[in-house]
Design a protein around this ligand. Structure first.
Ligand code: HEM
Ligand code: SF4
Length: 604
């Protein structure tokens, strides 16, 4: 794992101290709420429906077990609403899927961060101190700046890797943190880096995506994609450079962000993302970037060129750990297993265990997609257990995945049976990785002030219906993505099945789309899904999903995936099946108004 320098440590501690002073002045009435607002937002504190939402940055998803333990402590001690706040929040729950709102947990996000939903603002400085004790913070997790850099959760270990993206991510992190020129961009700016043949970082859906390549001479560089994003206008990023030598990425990105900073629409926040500029200007945008880049390289003297020494220095922090090979032999453990255990274990190996660059090792995904919990939620105890598993089986390291799970990157293959049993005991061994119930979902109307509809009860209804592992495995790999509004935090546009909460008469409805792709090998080139018709009520959504899947089952060719069948057959049979659900149930009327928009939410 990356080892933070003294500079990083001091910086994070001094920011926490500065924040404590700001909070104390606000609580004492010396700093108005309006003046305090940008200060807390700069540290990841958004006020949401019931309490501030804290977003903690996890650079390229890497978490040490010591950090997981601090996150567990924050969940246990601070992610706890007062009785009064909780009762008020719970009383807004009505209609479909009424459920007890979760408290005392952390939430893994699609951009490899961790969020908390209930921390009282007057405790926020204590939480910042705790985070700082393990080099963590929420700096640049909000506001119109360059956000946390994301990557492939299998960075540095994937068998199809061309170059480890983590040193580049780290260099980008250092460059973009408090970059004085890029602190007030027209809108937020998200970068993803993929170092493998398969794009597992959804690079085409980002403001900037860097996808590693080798040129004919074998030199490493990056394909540069710019202007991807979801929201109301889903756009696949354009390739503006087929091959950028690795040592030029900072100079080039400086040019890209500078052009955006200069020309991005500041007059209309809905048109302010770089995707709108790239779409509107087309070739002119690329030309402008090239001109700026040439200026930086020739006139300014290419100040940010990455030297081999610097790359080597940063790469040295990512040396693979030395592992203790004194694990129990697999055969001894396996001999006592029942037939059912063997079946489950075999399925787990297939879905949750990935090959590793080091043939003695495996990458294991702990599934945080299980009945009774929102996708990506981990309670304090579960975070603690994950830390123990990371210590015992993975050299103390875990990674947050784009799909809202945790991955253990350094597992000895002889220890797999023991890990499986320990993970099963903890509830993390469901063999559903990449299957239907391994869905992505945003917090939706249960917590988010921008939501049109709730996501969690929808995720729960579908999860409940697909508990049978035989059926789930028979359906095969499917990306199901749910967002509570058009901001698309749940990436519904890139789901094979996408579900979007929409507002009709101030009530909860859901639009369903089909055929989206995040750009992974299974899904093919990145593309936005197509809406299959008017929206459905909450109680119809699980039936609609079932109708889509039954259509797939009845029409699939041998070995054909769901997305393969959608592409081959086209939308009409799926759309017709979904619409029959509407006719049969007649739009049962559990929809209700959950809207409560606050200005803060718009600063995300
Ligand atoms: C409850 C707190 C949250 C709020 C208020 C919020 C708000 C927003 C807003 C306003 C946008 C659109 C910004 C724009 O296009 O300019 C956005 C985008 C996004 N959010 Fe969130 N969000 C929240 C939680 C989350 C969570 C939990 C996740 C991950 C599961 C997430 C992932 C994303 C992603 C990936 C995007 C970018 C989508 C794109 O490509 O356009 N957000 N969020
Ligand atoms: S998609 Fe909408 S409802 Fe979901 S977290 Fe984002 S802003 Fe909130």
């Amino acid at each position: 794992m990356y080892q933070y320098t003294d500079f990083d440590r001091q910086f994070v501690h001094s920011r926490a101290a500065q924040y404590r002073d700001q909070l104390e002045r606000n609580l004492a009435g010396q700093l108005s709420d309006d003046d305090f607002r940008p200060l807390r937002l700069q540290n990841g504190w958004y006020v949401q429906r019931y309490a501030p939402m804290l977003r903690v940055a996890v650079p390229y998803g890497e978490l040490a077990s010591s950090q997981l333990r601090v996150l567990a402590r924050i969940a246990r001690e601070y992610d706890q609403p007062s009785e009064q706040v909780f009762q008020k929040a719970q009383s807004t729950q009505a209609g479909f899927g009424t459920h007890k709102l979760p408290t005392g947990y952390g939430h893994f996000t699609t951009r490899q961060n961790v969020q908390f939903n209930w921390i009282a603002l007057d405790k926020s400085a204590d939480v910042m101190d705790l985070l700082a004790s393990v080099n963590m913070h929420g700096i640049q997790t909000s506001g119109n700046c360059i956000r946390n850099i994301t990557s492939d959760e299998r960075a540095g270990i994937a068998v199809d890797e061309i170059a480890d993206p983590r040193p580049f991510c780290e260099i980008l992190r250092q460059w973009s943190t408090l970059h004085p020129e890029f602190t007030f961009l027209p809108r937020k700016f998200k970068i993803a880096v993929s170092g493998a043949r398969e794009d597992r970082a959804a690079t085409a859906w980002h403001d900037v995506g860097l996808h590693v390549q080798r040129d004919r001479s074998g030199a490493v560089g990056f394909k540069v994609l710019v202007g991807g994003g979801m929201g109301r206008t889903p756009v696949i990023a354009s390739i503006i450079r087929e091959f950028l030598p690795w040592h030029q990425i900072l100079n080039y990105l400086e040019a890209v962000v500078r052009v955006y900073n200069r020309w991005g629409r500041r007059d209309n926040m809905y048109k302010a993302r770089i995707k709108i500029l790239v779409k509107a200007e087309g070739r002119r945008f690329t030309d402008e970037v090239e001109t700026e880049y040439q200026q930086i390289v020739t006139v300014d003297g290419a100040p940010h060129t990455i030297t081999q020494d610097e790359l080597d220095r940063v790469t040295a922090s990512f040396v693979p750990p030395t592992l203790d090979k004194s694990a129990p032999a697999a055969g001894v453990l396996a001999s006592s297993w029942s037939k059912n255990d063997r079946t489950e274990y075999t399925r787990w190996l297939k879905q949750n265990v990935a090959p590793h660059k080091n043939p003695d090792l495996r990458a294991v995904t702990l599934s945080f997609k299980r009945l009774g919990y929102a996708p990506g939620d981990a309670t304090a105890d579960q975070l603690e257990t994950a830390a123990e598993l990371a210590d015992y089986f993975s050299a103390g390291e875990a990674r947050v995945t784009h799909d809202q799970n945790l991955l253990l990157p350094w597992v000895l293959s002889e220890q797999l049976p023991e890990l499986w049993r320990a993970a099963r005991k903890a509830g993390f061994a469901r063999s559903n990785v990449r299957l239907l119930t391994d869905m992505i979902a945003c917090p939706g109307g249960d917590f988010c002030a921008l939501a049109n509809a709730r996501s969690i009860p929808i995720a729960e209804a579908i999860t409940e219906r697909y508990q049978d592992m035989d059926e789930l495995h028979d359906l095969g790999e499917i990306d199901l993505h749910i967002s509570g509004c058009i901001n698309s935090c749940g990436h519904h546009h890139s789901g094979h099945i996408g579900i979007l909460g929409v507002d009709k008469d101030g009530r909860e409805w859901y639009q369903v789309s089909l055929g989206g792709s995040d750009g992974s090998t299974l899904s093919g080139s990145s593309v936005a899904g197509k809406v299959i018709g008017p929206s459905f009520s909450a109680s119809e959504v699980a039936d609609v999903v079932e109708a889509l899947l039954e259509t797939y089952k009845s029409q699939r060719l041998a070995g054909e995936t769901f997305i393969g069948a959608v592409r081959r057959i086209g939308l009409p049979p799926f759309r017709d099946a979904a619409n029959r659900v509407r006719h049969e149930t007649g739009n049962a009327d559990e929809a209700h108004n959950i809207r409560l928009k606050t200005a803060d939410a718009l600063t995300d």
